[in-house]
Design a protein. Structure first.
Length: 502
């Protein structure tokens, strides 16, 4: 699923109008009809609504929604906010339609004025400002939005919460309507997917308003949503006449005194995604626990309390390094020597990334198409700070292209950037993944997929989505609060099942 900028969405609207032979007002009516369809499916006819309408096309959507809700038998009233003389043509047309239907359904709120006494059981529909807004709200509009946010009423934003930009993250104190639901037309907005702005969007419902499919398919964008449908297309079928050698040999390198759990979680996850054969390289201190917790894996040791050398066999197709490995000087030297000799892509996580961050020249030694899996703080150590998470995503895109690597930037919507400059936001997963060890599980999953012959970018994409799906499946038996990393591993099979069902 593509993510378009506000300008691309505007162009898509225009192309649809021309190609379909409809007017912009008819397209607005189509959008309003889809909104009302969702509202009537989710709220009883006894529910009352107040619509806050601006003077732009988003306000026109709100006025059309008001009319259609009234015609459907719902109690609704629109408040027209701002200078009517500044209305767009389509907004004026919908104002006229509503006035002709019943002039009592609309009340004008002059500039510098506020609305009060909205009973808390009435739902507020936000249609003040849409994606055409290109600057932060100013003056009395800031106070107006802050005043609306103080109301305890449930709020539904039309297309985008008013005050939220579609393509950027505003200053921390920007005035934005805090919605419970956002009814977005045809696409997610990129700002929905970042922590600074996504909190204002609430639960997002994408409504198909029939924008031209040819334009959508033909228009390039650097940004995509990683959906279950996309992940399903990546899965390689399991062959009936196959053996463990068919599905690759992986090596997981990590562990140190007091941190053996991390590498064991990675190893178990690598096996659960279908890796045919797995070897572990751990320090001597971790030999017994590795053999007990992961009996399916071969185990070799190096060093006493931490790893002092990293080597692999010719049969190994994928190597994951970092979980629990620590930052001992001997381990750092071992990683540097390994990178000097390695030519195939590797998966790097945790303290392997921190070792590289402490010696930035190692970035140039990472094999092409390797996969780095940092959380935001590890990313900052590697590549420097950013003022917000969207700029950090842009920085990840740049670093992926510069160093010819894949970066998995972990978060609520984990981002996968690849050497071709694409940035994909993963849609699966939940807050239960905010638990110790979940990142180690992801590293093992990606390594296990890489061993099976998946292209590095595809291994990252499929690993991330399966990781999130497994956490979603774990909610069948656990809560987000009670979920631990082993629950994610336990539900990898059900996550695969979800992909096979589609």
């Amino acid at each position: 699923m593509k993510l378009f900028s506000a300008l691309q969405i505007k162009a898509c609207d225009a192309y649809t109008i021309t190609a379909s032979g409809i007017s912009s007002l008819e397209l607005m009516e189509r959008a309003a009809t889809e909104c009302v369809s969702w509202i009537t499916q989710n709220f009883q006819p006894s529910q009352l609504f107040v619509t806050l309408c601006g003077t732009g096309n988003n306000g026109g959507d709100g006025l059309a929604i008001t009319r259609l809700l009234h015609e459907a038998g719902y109690g609704v009233k629109a408040f027209q906010i701002g200078d009517i003389d500044r209305m767009t043509q389509d907004c004026k047309a919908n104002l006229t339609r509503l006035q002709q239907l019943d002039s009592s359904l609309i009340q004008t709120v002059p500039e510098q004025s506020f609305i009060s006494d909205i009973p808390p059981h009435i739902i507020i529909i936000d249609a003040l400002f849409g994606t055409g807004l290109n600057r932060p709200l100013e003056g009395w509009l800031v106070s107006f939005v802050e005043h609306v946010n103080e109301f305890p009423n449930l709020k539904i934003a039309i297309d985008i919460p008013s005050g939220m930009p579609a393509d950027t993250v505003p200053e921390p104190k920007a005035a934005i309507i805090h919605a419970d639901f956002t009814l977005s037309f045809q696409f997610y907005k990129r700002s929905f997917l970042h922590k600074e702005t996504g909190v204002f969007a609430g639960e997002i419902k994408v409504l198909d308003i029939g924008l031209n499919s040819h334009f959508i398919e033909a228009t390039h964008t650097h940004y995509e949503m990683l959906t279950t449908e996309m992940a399903q297309q990546l899965v390689k079928p399991r062959l009936s006449f196959s053996h463990k050698g068919t599905y690759g040999h992986a090596l997981m390198v990590g562990g140190s005194k007091g941190m053996m759990g991390a590498i064991c979680l990675s190893a178990l996850a690598a096996m659960r995604v279908g890796c045919g054969k797995l070897s572990l390289l751990v320090p001597q201190i971790g030999y017994d626990i590795s053999q007990i917790l992961v009996p399916e894996a071969l185990c070799q040791t190096n060093g006493q309390d931490h790893i002092e050398s990293i080597t692999s066999q010719n049969t190994i197709l994928a190597i994951g390094i970092g979980p629990g490995i620590g930052k001992a000087p001997q381990t750092a030297l071992a990683l540097e020597r390994f990178l000097d000799q390695q030519v195939l892509p590797v998966v790097l996580d945790a303290d392997a990334l921190n070792i590289i961050a402490n010696k930035p020249e190692l970035l140039a030694k990472i094999p092409p198409n390797s996969i780095l899996t940092p959380h935001p703080a590890e990313f900052e150590r590697l590549f420097g700070t950013s003022t917000n998470s969207m700029l950090q995503a842009e920085q990840a895109r740049a670093q992926s292209m510069l160093h010819n690597i894949n970066i998995v930037l972990k978060g609520h919507y984990t981002i996968i950037t690849s050497p071709d400059g694409l940035c994909r936001y993963n849609l699966s997963g939940n807050a239960g993944l905010a638990t110790a060890g979940s990142g180690d599980v992801l590293t093992g999953m990606i390594t296990g997929l890489l061993a099976q012959g998946y292209l590095p970018t595809h291994a990252a994409m499929l690993g991330v989505h399966l990781h999130g799906l497994a956490a979603d499946k774990a909610l069948d038996t656990e809560s987000m609060e009670s979920m631990i990393a082993r629950d994610v591993i336990k539900h990898i099979g059900k996550a695969f099942g979800e992909l096979h069902l589609r």
